[in-house]
Write a protein that binds this ligand. Structure first.
Ligand SMILES: Cc1ncc(COP(=O)(O)O)c(C=O)c1O
Length: 605
């Protein structure tokens, strides 16, 4: 979305000069008193001549939401920038149909808390102030204030930016985007094309550097994809931003989660398991009881609804353990979408039950026989399909992986796990847990549990990875367990995101091994990489055989056969049993049930 926005566009020549130079966003000012006001018919004509990926923003001052909508039907701008005294309620109403940039003039009396009241704003534009004047003022904004605001909000810096000062401004503020109008004009509403190009040449490399790109978790995350995927990713980001505040989307989502998937899931006290361990008091978050048998359905429902909103009749998905494939096929059948699932042949053999389920649900399962014939290779093929069929197809990615917005969006869809668990534990134990445990493949069930507790510094979070057969590269899928001797993980880019990746000394992606198909992947979700660097969460790995033993222990103490993935989390807890005190209170995410793994269990146990 908005990174370099050129505002006050009144004619096609300026619009072309701006986009040819590399601007991603253009502003049409509809405020009748503005010196840069554009005639509606001209704006509609300019919009129609611009490439689809260029975003246009309608700029308004105290306009009525209904008027904004009717103008939009004509001009087809992609976002509204509200520059007057609009209340949070007005912003929320406008944002039910398109993303809103709420603009503020920052003067000595402006309070940072004001931004927090505008929950539905997509971004905030901060402008310099001049008494009594609405719209762009040409005055320089307080960069120090903007820098503080940019630490917790999406900030588009505006106000007095020009070729000479913009690099310095970005270095100080680290904004999400910059906006310029008067600084590049020969007269109001007419741009100086040479200066426009100079300005964009100055800004582009800095705003595209890893530390300022969208969807970052510290240095991790980002969006490393071929050009053809940028447009669908922007489209998805925008659709998701709108969906967040769209009442009808939210009510459909809540209804499906409750009536179709079976939420809320119980938080069950595992009394016999606790006694067997000799403490700590352990509660199981029973995601295994959801329809289709794992947490994956939470995300599949959210993205299935988004595909409908975007008018895409076809979804593609990848799957390792088959649970995400089954969840995708399920929601596709329920919402009448065509569904194609890519799956490595190694995984098809070990998760045969799920292959049959997907086919019964009407999905086409495409066997992937390249590379290690597991999840990474399935993702490659799904991305290839997406690039080829992007107009009709949504890529329903199954974990907190891939390019922005996937890691954030999938996390948000899964964070219902932690929100429920937090409420449930407070209701029964009247206190927060001391520890959270979850297995980590890409990391979606783990971050889904962790997210609601991130600000509770006293709650320790533990992610358990696949230690496979040993610590040598190729024998495991442990990306954040170097402290235990698991070799080969370094920061790198895989499948659109910058994160810890298992690789050899030449940077070639390593093969991985895990008994559990859902954990058998060489990279980890970028937010986990960041949580690990900050020591906010701890990560370690357990072996195949420890996971098998743990599955049997849970089956025999609680009468629950866990998925092999979840069995890793149980093994991680069992291995730490000596470190707990009597007061410790654990929530363990039981991400899925073990039906799909019965072949493996019956062979090896
Ligand atoms: C039951 C179950 N748990 C966990 C996972 C791992 O995925 P994630 O780390 O995204 O939760 C999978 C993946 O297929 C799974 O099926």
């Amino acid at each position: 979305m908005i990174r370099i926005k050129i505002c006050g566009i009144t004619n096609l020549a300026d619009a072309k000069a701006a986009t040819d130079a590399g601007a991603n966003s253009l502003g049409f000012n509809f405020y009748e008193k503005s010196l840069r006001r554009v005639v509606t018919a001209d704006a509609a004509q300019i919009r129609s001549k611009l490439p689809k990926e260029i975003e246009t923003v309608g700029v308004f001052v105290n306009a009525r939401p209904a008027d904004i909508n009717s103008l939009r039907a004509f001009v087809r701008f992609d976002a509204a920038q509200l520059h007057g005294d609009e209340t949070p309620d007005i912003v929320s109403r406008v944002s039910s149909s398109l993303p809103v940039i709420k603009a503020f003039r920052v003067d000595a009396n402006f309070s940072p808390a004001t931004l927090d009241r505008y929950l539905n704003a997509f971004a905030f534009l901060l402008d310099g102030s001049r008494a009594g004047q609405y719209g762009g003022t040409g005055q320089t904004t307080d960069w120090d204030f903007a820098r503080r605001a940019a630490a917790s909000h999406r900030i588009i810096l505006s106000g007095g930016l020009k070729v000479e000062n913009v690099a310095e401004a970005i270095r100080i503020v680290r904004p999400y985007g910059v906006d310029v109008a008067s600084g590049l004009e020969t007269k109001p509403g007419k741009k100086d094309h040479a200066r426009l190009k100079e300005f964009i040449d100055e800004v582009r490399p800095i705003l595209q550097s890893p530390t300022t790109a969208p969807g970052r978790f510290g240095p991790y995350g980002g969006r490393y994809v071929p050009e053809t995927l940028m447009v669908p990713l922007f489209e998805l980001e925008r659709a998701y931003e709108i969906a967040k505040s769209d009442a009808s989307f939210q009510s459909q989502l809540q209804s499906l989660l409750k009536n179709f998937a079976g939420r809320p899931t119980p938080l069950q006290f595992a009394a016999r398991f606790t006694a067997h361990l000799g403490g700590p008091r352990t509660y199981l978050k029973r995601e295994d009881l959801l329809h289709t048998g794992a947490h994956k359905i939470n995300n599949a429902i959210g993205q299935g609804l988004l595909a409908l909103k975007m008018g895409k009749p076809r979804i593609v998905a990848e799957t390792g353990a088959g649970q995400h494939g089954v969840a995708s096929a399920t929601i596709a059948a329920h919402l009448s979408l065509e569904c194609v699932v890519y799956m490595g042949t190694e995984d098809m053999a070990r998760q045969a039950l799920n292959v049959a389920r997907m086919r019964m649900l009407g999905a086409q399962v495409v066997a992937v026989d390249s590379g290690s014939r597991t999840l990474k290779d399935a993702i490659n093929e799904a991305m290839r399909d997406w690039v080829t069929n992007v107009r009709t197809t949504h890529y329903l990615l199954g974990s907190v992986l891939g390019a922005h917005p996937y890691p954030t969006m999938v996390r948000d869809f899964q964070s219902i796990i932690g929100r429920e668990a937090r409420e449930q534990i407070l209701a029964v134990e009247k206190r927060l847990p001391t520890h959270l445990f979850a297995c980590v493949g890409g990391g979606s069930n783990a971050i889904g549990l962790f997210h609601a507790f991130l600000r509770d510094a006293e709650v320790k979070m533990v992610g358990i990875e696949a230690g496979g057969r040993g610590t040598e590269l190729g024998e495991h899928a442990a990306r954040l367990a170097a402290a235990q001797g698991y070799a080969g993980a370094r920061p790198g880019v895989l499948q659109g995101t910058y994160t810890y990746v298992l690789q050899n000394s030449d940077g070639q992606i390593a093969t991985t091994h895990s008994i559990s198909a859902g954990l058998d992947y060489p990279a980890i979700g970028p937010e986990h990489a960041w949580l690990a660097d900050q020591h906010r969460a701890q990560y370690s790995a357990v072996s195949d055989s420890a996971a098998l033993d743990a599955a049997r222990t849970l089956a025999r103490t609680e009468g629950i056969i866990p998925a092999l993935e979840s069995a890793h989390a149980i093994a991680g807890l069992i291995e730490r049993r000596a470190q707990f005190t009597r007061d410790d209170l654990v929530i363990l995410n039981l991400s899925g049930r073990g039906d799909k793994d019965m072949d493996t269990y019956s062979r090896l146990l």
